[in-house]
Structures are given as structure tokens and as C-alpha cells.
Design a protein around this ligand. Structure first.
Ligand SMILES: [Mg+2]
Length: 435
């Protein structure tokens, strides 16, 4: 089977009209996707996307087009997907635009994810089951180990995966039965008023969630008021994480979180710049005993951490408690595999980022795979959930009793509905022409 064509779409949803997705750094996002369809001569189509929040989505589309020659004409049998990803991210001229970061890397993610979707469809398996069926050696061969071996060697990764291979089938059966624990961010967007936060927080608990997340960081008094309202709505037993979306300098982050501490924040997410390895370490140290019981306020980051090398440093510096992988920020499936291995080697839980459009659909596969084959653990692990835009997908996520149900259709769950591609096409789809 050969890839004979590639279609790239600029799809945007006008979410800024309702302030869904609003936070301290991104007050008016229009959730968008640079969306890829890979056409083959075997009758199958592969689907992938990368996520943006509006303006610039066309730049991602152009970056995907710049890599067309790596994709179209590619034979899938045999295709070494690790080597394919390495070629794509190390083009001798395009690499100058990164390397392995920014628009080119977002674009590479859309393509790599689409090729993995195709591969899983061919195998007749959901992506997580396909990955979980690979041998430790095969999984390790997929990873680009350049820049990682001072922290984790391929041989040590094989040992780790071999150790976790015991009980894979049992864990797969168990997680299929029970579902993967989730938390919801839908109650806490910064643009929502207190009454809406209270109502949605209560609904979240009634729906079975035992953790929610609030956006913070624009105004301390507002944060205290909204946090009190949310805490009163859910009670003391429900975890409330907070997310500052990179808003603060290091000392501000520590001081601000100490003010919120009596309300028992479970973690502070993106307290400062995602490139701030030492700053995250300083914040973590500053909050080590800041919780109401003298325990730590955890530090989480990852949705803007642009590659495996940055994650490696955050782990080496003991700068974070929670690793927040993103399905589309780094180089797709293969680079996320590297990050899952690093997190397991350093003993840190992975709680993926999954706001946006399509990110829940994609990243759930990594959490199921992580439990079955990499970490083998659920403690301290919650997969983010946001309850909008799922209706645009052919195989949307299913949440029940606060848990993701295992995706079972072949592929990576990235395919959008045909009518969505027409209606939300930017700038000429009907949803945008009425503006
Ligand atoms: Mg976030």
C-alpha cells in the first residue's frame, strides 16, 4: 500500500464567541485544527491533526505542505515509523525553522499522527492496543534516542518495558472494564462567572468526576473568590487543580500559590514559561510544604513543552511532579512514546493535556497504552477531559462515571465528520462567512 495523496484543511471553531477555553493567557481562543487526510491506493485513508487556537492555523497548514514530499509516494509496507518520523523532523533545510519545536514540529505531529492512524487502521486495532502489542525492542526502536541517553539508554528502556510486559493482558482487560480516570476542566474557564463555575462544578461531581480544574492567574482576588465558590460546590474530598497558563514570573507564582493554598490546590499547572526548567524547579521547591496539611502543592507542565529534550531536563532537574504530554505539540506518537518512557524511568505520573479540539480523542490512546505497557500504574494519574467539540468526530471519546471508556475502533480516533470539514473550513466555510 502506498500513500498517493495528502489533503490539508484549515478548520476553525468560533469558540471565542462563548469564551469556552478562555484562560489568563488565552482570553479568546477559536479552537482550530490543521487537519490532514492521507489517501492511499489500498482504499484506506489516514487522519491526523495538530491543534492551534485560531490565527496562525494557516501557517501550520503551510508547514504541513512543506513536508509533502516526505509523505506522498511513501510505501507503507514495510514502513519503519521511527525512521519516518526522524526523516520528517530532520530535513536538512526545514530543521532550521525549529529544530524540533514550534510550527514545524506541530506540523510534523499532524503528519506523524496521520501515518499512525493509517497503520492502526490497517492492523484493525485502536492505536493503544496496537502499541501495547509491540515487543519492548520494537517500541524502543521507534524512539529517536538522540539527546536522551544521558538520562535513559535504549537498553534500560527495554528492561523497563520487559519488566512491565508481565501482566499486560490482565491490565488491558482491567482498564477496558473500569475505564481510565479523568478530570474535567469544563467548569473552570476564566471567562465563566461564579454562578456558572458553581453550577458546572456541582454537575461534574454528580457526573462522577473526583477532580476538576480551575483557570487562575489574571487577578488574585478573583481567583480566591472563584476557588472558594468551586470548593464550596464540590466539598473537601474532590481534588481541585489550578492552571495559570504561563502567566507568572517565578516569585509571583510562589506567592500567588501560597495565597491559594488554604483552598487545597492539588497542582499548579504551567505556573511560568514552559522553557523555564530552573524556574519550575524553584517553584516546586518553594511550594514543597505549602499545602494546607504541610504537604506539597504539585507542579505540572507539558502542553507547551516542545520536545522530548525539554521533558528530559524537567525530569533531570526534578522540576515537576506531573508530566503533561500533548498528542500534537511534540512529534506525534513516536516522540510521545519517548516521553512516556522518560516519565516511567523517573517515576513521575503522566496526566495528559487534552483541552482543545480532538486532543481528548487522540491522547486517550497514550494513557491506556501507558497503563498497559509502560508505567503499569494509575496512582496520581488523571486524564484531562473537556466536554466540547466531540460531536465533530466520527469516533468521539466516551466518558462514563468520570472515566474514559477504552476506544475500540481501529485507528487513532482523529477522523472528523465530512460536514464539519465543510462547515468550519476557514475562511470560506458557512460558519465563517456569516461573520
Ligand atoms: Mg493547561
Amino acid at each position: 500500500m502506498k500513500i498517493t495523496g495528502m489533503r490539508v484543511h484549515d478548520i476553525r471553531f468560533p469558540t471565542s464567541r462563548t469564551l469556552d477555553g478562555s484562560d489568563a493567557m488565552n482570553p479568546d481562543p477559536d479552537y482550530s485544527a490543521a487537519y490532514v487526510e492521507l489517501i492511499t491506493d489500498g482504499g484506506l485513508t489516514g487522519y491526523g491533526l495538530t491543534f492551534t487556537i485560531g490565527r496562525g492555523n494557516d501557517v501550520c497548514v503551510a508547514a504541513i505542505e512543506a513536508m509533502r514530499s516526505y509523505v506522498v509516494g511513501q510505501a507503507l509496507d514495510p514502513l519503519d515509523l521511527g525512521e519516518f518520523a526522524r526523516r520528517l523532523t530532520h530535513d536538512s533545510q526545514l530543521r532550521w525553522l525549529g529544530p524540533e519545536k514550534g510550527v514545524m514540529h506541530l506540523a510534523a505531529a499532524a503528519i506523524i499522527n496521520a501515518v499512525w492512524d493509517l497503520t492502526a487502521r490497517r492492523a484493525g486495532l485502536p492505536l493503544w492496543r496496537l502499541l501495547a502489542a509491540y515487543s519492548p525492542e520494537h517500541l524502543v526502536d521507534l524512539v529517536d534516542w538522540r539527546y536522551l541517553t544521558d538520562a535513559l539508554s535504549p537498553a534500560a528502556a527495554v528492561d523497563l518495558l520487559t519488566d512491565r510486559a508481565v501482566g499486560r493482558e490482565q491490565r488491558a482487560a482491567e482498564i477496558t472494564d473500569a475505564g481510565y480516570p479523568a478530570y474535567t476542566t469544563s467548569a473552570g474557564w476564566l471567562g465563566y462567572d461564579d454562578a456558572k463555575v458553581t453550577r458546572l462544578a456541582k454537575e461534574a461531581v454528580a457526573d462522577g468526576f473526583d477532580m476538576i480544574k480551575l483557570k487562575v492567574g489574571a487577578d488574585l482576588e478573583d481567583d480566591l473568590r472563584r476557588f472558594r465558590a468551586a470548593r464550596a460546590a464540590v466539598g473537601p474530598g474532590v481534588r481541585i487543580a489550578v492552571d495559570a497558563n504561563q502567566r507568572w514570573d517565578v516569585p509571583v507564582a510562589i506567592d500567588w500559590m501560597k495565597r491559594l493554598a488554604p483552598l487545597d490546590p492539588y497542582w499548579i499547572e504551567e505556573p511560568t514559561s514552559p522553557d523555564e526548567v530552573l524556574g519550575h524547579a524553584a517553584i516546586r521547591a518553594g511550594l514543597r510544604a505549602a499545602g494546607p496539611d504541610g504537604g506539597p502543592i504539585r507542579v505540572a507542565t507539558g502542553e507547551h513543552v516542545h520536545n522530548r529534550v525539554m521533558f528530559k531536563q524537567l525530569l533531570q532537574a526534578d522540576a515537576i511532579d506531573v508530566v503533561q504530554i500533548d498528542a500534537c505539540r511534540v512529534g506525534g506518537v513516536t516522540e510521545n512514546l519517548a516521553i512516556l518512557l522518560l516519565a516511567a524511568a523517573f517515576g513521575k505520573p503522566v496526566c495528559p493535556h487534552a483541552g482543545g479540539v480532538g486532543l481528548c480523542e487522540l491522547v486517550q490512546h497514550f494513557s491506556f497504552f501507558d497503563y498497559v505497557a509502560v508505567s503499569g500504574a494509575l496512582d496520581g494519574r488523571h486524564l484531562e477531559y473537556v466536554d466540547h467539540l466531540h460531536e465533530h468526530f466520527v469516533d468521539p471519546v466516551v466518558i462514563r462515571d468520570g472515566r474514559y471508556r477504552a476506544p475500540e475502533r481501529p485507528g487513532f480516533s482523529a477522523q472528523m465528520r465530512e460536514d464539519t470539514l465543510t462547515r468550519y473550513a476557514f475562511p470560506n466555510g458557512p460558519e465563517w462567512r456569516i461573520q
